[in-house]
Design a binder for this molecule. Structure first.
Ligand code: LMR
Length: 328
C-alpha cells in the first residue's frame, strides 16, 4: 500500500504541476525605501491587491517598505539578480545606469508637478523609460511624489544661508552640483540613514518632498523648512528584463494594466499628500516654515541654474528644451 500511495502522490504532483492546481503561487517581491503612508507605499499595496485579485492563486505580491528588504545601496543590484521583481527608486538614483535621467534633478527646471507630468507623458519623457533597457532594466512607468523643499536647523532664506552647511543628498551628481553652487557640502547617503544623521546633527539639512519629510519625521529634527519647490522628486517603477520577458504574455498584460492603475492611484495620493503633509507639519509646530519672497527665490535660481550647463552634454540639449517647453 505504501508503494501505491507514493505512486498516487507522484501522479498527483505531476497533475498539479501541469494544471497548475494545488501549485504554490509564485511570490513576487516589491521593495521600497519609504513608509507605507506615502504615494509609493500606497501604490505598491494597490498593485499587490490588484494582482492577487486578478490572478488569484497564481501570484502573491509581498511588499517590503522602509528599506526592510533592500535599501538605496542595493535594490537595483537585487533587481538584476531577480532577488526582487519590482522597485521604484527616485529618478535621482539611476545614475550608474543612465545619465539621461539626470534631467529630473536639474534645479528650477519644472515649474510644478503638472509640468513634470506633461514632460513625462511626452514622447521625450516616454523614451526615457527605455533608457536602461540595455543594462537589463525596464521602466514600466513614472510615479509622482512632489516638489522638493530645503530643510535645516537654521532658516534658509537666501543662498548664502546654506554656505558651509552639510546637506544629505541622494546619490546624484547633479544634486551635488546644486549644493556646491551655494557653497554647501553635499553628502550622499541612503534614505534609511537620514533621520539619524539629522537627529545626531551629523548633517545640518536635507531636501525632500512634504510627504517624505512628514512620514519620516524629518520635521521633528529640523527647525526650519524652506518652501523652495526647487526641484522634483519622482520615481520610475522598474523591473528586470529577465523577470519581465519570463512572464507569460497574457500575465504580462495583466501586470502592466494593474501597475498602471496602481500608479494612477499613487499619483492621486501624491497630489493630496503634498498639501496634507505640509499642513500637518505646520500644525505640529515642530518646524517653522520659511516662505521665500519672489526676489529671494530669484537669488536661488540665479546661483543654482548654471548647473544645467554642466550636465547639458550628458543629458542632451533637446531633452532639456523639451522639459522647459512642458512648463507652458
Ligand atoms: C530620498 O532618498 O530622499 C527619496 O528618494 C526617498 C524616496 O524613495 O522617496
Amino acid at each position: 500500500p505504501l508503494k501505491s500511495m507514493a505512486k498516487l502522490a507522484a501522479i498527483a504532483s505531476i497533475l498539479a504541476a501541469s494544471f497548475n492546481v494545488f501549485a504554490e503561487p509564485v511570490e513576487i517581491k516589491f521593495s521600497h525605501v519609504v513608509a507605507e503612508n506615502t504615494p509609493k507605499g500606497q501604490m505598491a499595496l494597490k498593485f499587490k491587491e490588484l494582482i492577487e485579485k486578478r490572478l488569484p492563486g497564481e501570484y502573491v505580491v509581498n511588499v517590503f517598505p522602509n528599506s526592510q528588504l533592500f535599501g538605496d545601496n542595493n535594490e537595483l543590484a537585487a533587481l538584476l539578480l531577480n532577488d526582487v521583481q519590482f522597485v521604484a527608486p527616485s529618478l535621482s538614483k539611476f545614475e550608474r545606469f543612465t545619465k539621461k535621467l539626470q534631467i529630473f534633478d536639474l534645479p528650477f527646471l519644472f515649474e510644478d508637478m503638472a509640468a513634470v507630468d506633461r514632460f513625462q507623458q511626452s514622447d521625450s519623457g516616454q523614451k526615457l523609460l527605455n533608457a536602461m533597457n540595455r543594462k537589463g532594466l525596464i521602466g514600466l512607468g513614472y510615479l509622482h511624489n512632489g516638489m522638493k523643499q530645503f530643510s535645516a536647523n537654521d532658516p534658509l532664506s537666501l543662498p548664502k544661508d546654506a554656505k558651509g552647511k552639510k546637506f544629505r543628498i541622494m546619490a546624484s551628481d547633479v544634486i551635488a552640483a546644486q549644493f556646491d553652487a551655494v557653497g554647501a557640502i553635499p553628502v550622499k547617503k541612503p534614505f534609511s540613514e537620514v533621520f539619524t544623521l539629522l537627529q545626531t546633527r551629523a548633517i545640518d539639512g536635507q531636501e525632500n518632498t512634504w510627504s517624505n519629510t512628514y512620514s519620516m519625521k524629518f520635521y521633528e529634527v529640523q527647525s526650519h523648512i524652506t518652501e523652495s519647490n526647487h526641484g522634483v522628486l519622482d520615481y520610475m517603477v522598474v523591473t528586470s528584463n529577465t523577470f519581465w520577458k519570463g512572464l507569460p504574455a497574457d500575465k504580462r498584460v495583466i501586470f502592466k494594466s494593474s501597475l498602471d492603475e496602481a500608479i494612477a492611484l499613487g499619483n492621486k495620493i501624491a497630489s493630496e499628500k503634498d498639501n496634507e503633509d505640509k499642513q500637518a507639519i505646520i500644525d505640529s509646530k515642530r518646524s517653522e516654515l520659511v516662505t521665500l519672497t519672489p526676489a529671494a527665490r530669484q537669488q536661488w535660481v540665479n546661483v543654482m541654474k548654471p548647473v544645467w550647463a554642466k550636465f547639458e552634454d550628458q543629458i542632451g540639449k533637446d531633452m532639456i528644451e523639451a522639459a522647459v517647453a512642458a512648463n507652458t
